[in-house]
Each structure stands twice: as C-alpha cells, then as structure tokens.
Design a protein. Sequence first.
Length: 149
Amino acid sequence: MKKYGPIDISGDAGLRIWGEGLPELFANAAEGMFNLITDVSNVTGPEEREIAVSAESIEDLLIKWLNELVFLFDTYGLVGKEFSIDLLPPHPPLGKGGQEGVKLKAKISGGIFNPQVNESRLLIKAATYHSLSVRKNNSKWEAVVIFDI
C-alpha cells in the first residue's frame, strides 16, 4: 500500500496520507512531511526523542503532532526516519461539548540535518487546518494535510 503522495496546491505543499490504522497513518504523515523537507534516506545519526501530544480530536492531534515535529526540526535539526506511535485511549469527555480527548506518545528515531550533506527541499513553517481531513475508508485510514511553506 502506498504511504503518502503529494497534492498539487498553489503556494503551499500538501500530502494525501494512508495507513492501515491511525498509528500507521500518523507515522506515514511524519515520514511524508520530512521527505518534503529533505531526502530522509541520506540522514544518518543515532538521534532519538520521545514526545507526547494531546488534543480534543484526531484531526487536532494530527496537526499538533506534525507541528511538534516541525518544532523539533527548526530547533534541533532533527529529521525523523522511524516513528513508533501509541495512541492512548480517550479520557473522560472534555467540557460541555462532550468531545473525548486523544493522546499520542511517540518515539522518533533519525538524525540531525546537515546542510552540507543533506538536500534542502521545502522549508515547512507549519501543518495547517486548511482542507484538513482524516477519515476511515472501509478498513483503511486516509488524511489530507496542507503545509504552510
């Protein structure tokens, strides 16, 4: 199964992402985003980070997850190559809206971007809510994410 593919959008960059389950969908979204930034196959190093992100919906969680990865790249030069993701069960409903929160815990393995060695592709500022969708198609998940560049 294809993991992700580009979306032709003027002035920004976009990805259509697929996964057998939500953890795979989130891992494929991260891999696709980092491949927009550089060729991840040329990134080496023993870098590892663990992060946790929580949100009120799966859509919010995907955006927060990707923006946390953008922060790690901007701050430390971290380029993720492998992602181990756990989605934690929803906690009790939040507020009067009754939406349940979701939480993601992830281990990111990769390397530090080196401009003398690694190709610079796109400078991603953020994952956006523009045209955002996350939905289940039969037994597979599909998402669309647009990145501000």
